[in-house]
Write a protein that binds this ligand. Structure first.
Ligand SMILES: Cc1ncc(COP(=O)(O)O)c(C=O)c1O
Length: 407
């Protein structure tokens, strides 16, 4: 018996996967060649699960800015901003984010995960009520645990359920904060934000939208779902990450809340961790410029996402309800999901294997995320590989019924 024996059920499940000849939690690239290609087990492989929505990770200007800043300011800040001070880049990035969103305030965190930990645990506390969509990302759940508000889950994407639960709080003291995501990370569906904003207005709650997967993807200027749905004025706090469309690492929150800056002296996941290195800040700043100056990237992304989604639907795979850059294919059981994922990888296609309990409705998923940098040919090759593996595993046409639910 060791101190970690309490996790033995997870170890047993993981070993079960490895018995199928794969180790999905320990994939190691020989080389990453571009936003859309790598060498995996000696084979040139299309990457179709990286969340690299705008394909900016190898952008020469972003790389150059990162190199310049690293050369001139060093590899790291070696401490938090409250202890070691602000670098000019931190302040410029916050100003650039505030300008982009047209908000008064922006705050940069070291990851998107920490942004949710920090913002959720600071906005609401003991005596307050935190209304979470049931399919919220782990960082949102963990943020809710770090604070002391009462956590109330409402049914995924169900404004009526949210309304009912808020009505039950009528007359009780405390703030209410509703938290939803722009595009949900598991099956790529969007929040019904207009309806949720209406509930927020009627019940006097605050509204926070995590645009991690929708920044650079949705809205006329890429600000996300709130912009696309035309309800930005109803959204009190927007959280996001640099680790997807902006191709680096880090997180942020923007808001018009007049006393927003008090967060800098009370928000522990901001105060008690090292700030982002100058190179990361510089490449993120450049990526934010590109996001705005090069709308073609967004158009290519949407074109690719629709092509891939429609291709999978036409073949009869069960996907999420909307053609967004996250396209998840449901699998009937874990064994089939692992076999499918392994064959895709052996055929030169790498994507995410998402297994219960990390998935909504306990369905194993083959989770893809499309990039603006994918060529149409790569999308078509990915579809052809899906068709081929689907055929091998009896998913196609006459075999569909065998797969139970994959119709
Ligand atoms: C909805 C959501 N919020 C926050 C995060 C955390 O982002 P980061 O990778 O910057 O920690 C993720 C990451 O996948 C996410 O999907």
């Amino acid at each position: 018996m060791t101190i970690l024996a309490k996790h033995s059920a997870y170890r047993t499940a993981y070993e079960g996967l490895r018995k199928q000849g794969v180790d999905p939690l320990n994939v190691r690239f020989d080389k990453v060649l571009s936003p859309t290609e790598g060498i995996l087990n000696g084979k040139r492989t299309i990457l179709i699960g990286t969340h690299n929505y705008l394909g900016l990770t190898f952008d020469p200007d972003c790389i150059e800015k990162a190199v310049e800043a690293t050369r001139s300011q060093g590899t790291g800040t070696t401490g938090s901003r409250v202890a070691n001070g602000n670098y000019d880049g931190h302040l410029r990035l916050e100003q650039a984010l505030a300008d982009f969103y047209g908000r008064d305030h922006a705050m940069v965190f070291s990851t998107g995960y920490q942004a949710n930990l920090g913002v959720l645990s600071t906005l609401v506390g003991r005596g307050d009520h935190l209304m979470l969509d049931a399919d919220s990302h782990a960082s949102i759940y963990d943020g809710s645990r770090l604070g002391h508000a009462e956590v109330i889950r409402f049914r995924h994407n169900n404004p009526d359920d949210l309304y009912k639960r808020l009505k039950r709080l009528e007359g009780m003291p405390g703030d209410r904060l509703i938290v939803v995501e722009g595009i949900y990370s598991m099956i790529g569906d969007t929040a019904p934000l207009k309806e949720i904003a209406a509930v927020k207005r009627e019940t006097g709650a605050y509204l926070l939208v995590d645009e991690a997967h929708s920044l650079g993807v949705l809205g006329p200027t890429g600000r996300g779902l709130a912009e696309a749905a035309g309800v930005e004025d109803d959204v009190d706090f927007i959280v996001g990450t640099f680790s997807k469309s902006l191709g680096s690492v880090g997180g942020f929150c923007v808001s018009n809340s007049p006393d927003f800056d008090v967060m800098r002296i009370v928000c522990r996941p901001y105060m008690f961790t090292a700030s982002l290195p100058p190179g990361i800040i510089a490449s993120t700043l450049e990526a934010l410029v590109k996001l705005q100056a090069e709308p073609k990237r967004r158009a290519d992304l949407i074109r690719n996402a629709h092509r891939f989604y429609n291709g999978l639907v036409a073949m009869g795979f069960e996907t999420g309800p909307e053609a967004n850059p996250i396209v998840a294919v449901s699998m009937p059981d874990t064994e089939t999901a692992v076999a499918f994922w392994k064959l895709l990888m052996e055929s030169g296609l790498y994507l995410n294997l998402a297994l219960p309990p990390a998935t909504p409705t306990n369905t194993p998923l083959l989770r893809t995320s499309i990039s603006a940098a994918h060529t149409v040919q790569q999308i078509d090759t990915a579809l052809a590989i899906f068709a081929d593996v689907g055929r091998k595993l009896g998913f196609m046409e006459s075999d569909r019924r065998r797969a139970g639910g994959v119709v």
